[in-house]
Design a protein around this ligand. Structure first.
Ligand code: NDP
Length: 328
């Protein structure tokens, strides 16, 4: 049996997670089998584990939208046994067994070679949240955003995407400000690189169609009024990358920032990003992210503790990142 966490659906439609095992024959199709050492707890995993949103499409399923580990067997040209690899998304933990199991089987074309700069545990401290923060930064750079354009805003700042976004922006010479509902975390946020703190209460309420030009751009993990107000306060020609919905899926905005200030709103999808983009993101993470700094923003849990950590995450009690040690 392969050690795993499994989510089942009961007769009442409710879901529950239990430590258990799957057979090798339960593994989905793929030409590469990976011994998974670490996964991570992302916002989507927390929704899946608690059943708060219909993330899991077939039951029973092993959750976990990402993993890092070592190739055990490969029929794919790009990988051989012993290679260290990382995977983000592609429907793992949603439509097929995911990272919360000691073994995973996937198409080799979904895997990214683990950069030498990171251990598998460090790669999962970054996880899908950190890789998505990098996808946001890459997109903003393509849109011409530079540090010289002025301060940028990171929303959901104490969360996984937000914490890594702050580190990456600061490292590239930007002046990132942190929008947070947890002002007591100011020392943590400043340590990551935040130049200033913006109380969430200023942005999570209905605002004006256009506000004073304050931000050259931003990385938004929250959506709803927060994103609408960020767009309204974005300077002429600025750009905002939107990747999340921690504050809501709606966008109560208007077109004024786009048509009067030429602001660009860029959507970021990490799940089905093309392989070349993933490779680029992981290369840049290896160059720009200090793993020791990330360690201070990370805690590690075992499979039996993930469900509790998921509840904590959705109730705003988790700061930074949570790594899942599959053997723990
Ligand atoms: P976390 O839970 O780690 O962080 C979310 C943060 O958002 C919280 O820490 C909190 O920050 C803030 N927040 C929470 N609730 C609210 C609320 N009601 N209103 C406003 N702000 C709130 O999640 P992640 O960072 O891992 O993910 C963030 C979002 O990004 C999620 O929606 C996730 O699904 C999405 N995502 C999308 C991806 C994609 O491919 N597009 C990939 C990865 C993540 P604070 O306390 O500092 O305000």
């Amino acid at each position: 049996m392969i050690r795993a966490l499994i989510v089942d659906r009961g007769a009442d439609g409710g879901t529950a997670a239990r430590p258990g095992g799957i057979e090798e024959s339960d593994l989905p199709e793929g030409d590469v089998t990976v011994e998974v050492s670490h996964s991570t707890l992302n916002y989507k995993d927390a929704l899946a584990l608690t059943g708060k949103a219909p993330i899991i499409r077939s039951f029973p399923l092993v959750p976990g939208i990402d993993f890092a580990g070592t190739v055990r067997t490969s029929a794919h040209d790009g990988f051989k046994p012993g290679d260290a690899v990382v995977l983000n998304g592609w429907g793992l933990g949603e439509t097929r067994h995911g990272g919360y199991a000691a073994v995973a089987r996937v198409p080799g074309g979904w895997l990214v070679r683990l950069p030498e700069a990171f251990t598998p545990e460090q790669a999962m401290a970054i996880g899908t949240a950190g890789y998505t923060a990098m996808l946001c930064l890459l997109r903003l750079e393509e849109l011409g955003l530079t540090p010289a354009a002025g301060p940028v805003l990171v929303t959901g700042a104490t969360g996984g995407v937000g914490s890594v976004a702050l580190m990456l922006l600061a490292k590239r010479g930007f002046e990132p400000h942190a929008l947070t509902g947890r002002p007591q975390e100011e020392p943590y946020l400043r340590d990551l690189g935040a130049a200033g703190i913006v109380p969430r209460g200023e942005y999570d309420v209905p605002g004006k169609p256009l506000a004073k030009e304050r931000w050259a751009g931003g990385i938004d993990a929250v959506g709803s009024h927060v994103l609408a107000n960020l767009l309204a306060a974005t300077k002429r020609g600025g750009a905002v990358a939107a990747c999340g919905l921690a504050g809501g899926m709606n966008l109560p905005a208007n077109v004024a920032p786009f048509i009067l200030r030429g602001v660009t709103l860029a959507g970021i999808d990490s799940v089905y990003a093309p392989l070349e983009r993933r490779q680029e993101a992981w290369r840049r993470l290896a160059r720009d992210l200090d793993p020791t700094k990330l360690a201070a923003a990370t805690r590690t849990v075992g499979l039996s503790e993930v469900e509790g950590a998921a509840r904590d995450l959705l109730e705003g009690r988790v700061r930074g990142r949570v790594v899942v040690d599959i053997a723990g």
